[in-house]
Design a protein around this ligand. Structure first.
Ligand SMILES: [Zn+2]
Length: 55
């Protein structure tokens, strides 16, 4: 299945076994994307990592 990068609008192919919540990397711009839906396939920008979570 294919969907579009929300950052650069490149076409991204997802594996058939991709599941919701999985993080994929855009091969075009390198941004990390979270799979928010698989039917239809939809991606959202993943939360930035490395932030201080307040602990
Ligand atoms: Zn991209």
């Amino acid at each position: 299945m294919e969907t579009t990068c929300p950052e650069c609008e490149a076409t991204i192919s997802l594996n058939a076994d991709t599941v919701e919540g999985e993080i994929v990397t855009c091969p075009d711009c390198g941004v990390e994307l979270e799979v928010v839906s698989v039917n239809p396939p939809e991606l959202a920008l993943a939360p930035e990592v490395g932030e201080d979570w307040g602990e």
